[in-house]
Design a protein around this ligand. Sequence first.
Ligand code: MTE
Ligand code: MO
Length: 203
Amino acid sequence: MPLFRSKAEAKLAERGLDPARLPPGQYLTDKWPVLHAGGVPSTDLATWDFRVFGEVEQPLRLSWDELRALPSREVTLDIHCVTRWSRFDATFRGVPWSELAGRVRPRPGARFVVAHAEGEFTSNVPLSFLEDEQALLAYEADGEPLTPDHGWPLRLIVPRKYFWKSAKWLRGIELSSHDKPGFWERYGYHNEADYRQEERYGF
Ligand SMILES: Nc1nc2c(c(=O)[nH]1)N[C@H]1C(S)=C(S)[C@@H](COP(=O)(O)O)O[C@H]1N2
Ligand SMILES: [Mo]
């Protein structure tokens, strides 16, 4: 086992945390680093909207107020960035996919998701990852509205994948019959991004 991993594990054990909770090659931080390509977009909630489209029976467009009126849920999960920091027990509140799925009714062929953020940023996951009960369209973190840096007003939270799949400044969800590599995936990041398998770069 490499020294780096052992040190990170030793630190966890010191704090009474289960070392097995840390995926391979990660270290624990109590901070919440900010990472993204490009600048933080400016958003006007009066004109902001959120769309669900593609392989659905009933495409949907929601204003900010309409989105906020949907039932919400709070989830607590560990987040893991491909740049190797991990943050335990991050809490998010937002709308679970099931609330939107009931309205748009995905077509039988809908198997993949493209998350569309402000600007050109996209990320891709199989639809099953949005169906996970910890997946969220989140507007709060740790009991406060998201900060602009972390994706205010809305970001995706995708469990069980490196955090780059969790698109900040989310504006839409596209359902598709086939997988479409997102921004970081086209740049060389691993399409699957399972942090337990260390799927960081390449296929
Ligand atoms: N819109 C957008 N979302 C994004 C990114 C980005 O460049 N643009 N980067 C991703 C990456 S690489 C990471 S690690 C996480 C970081 O989220 P954080 O800044 O809240 O920690 O956001 C992800 N979501
Ligand atoms: Mo990242």
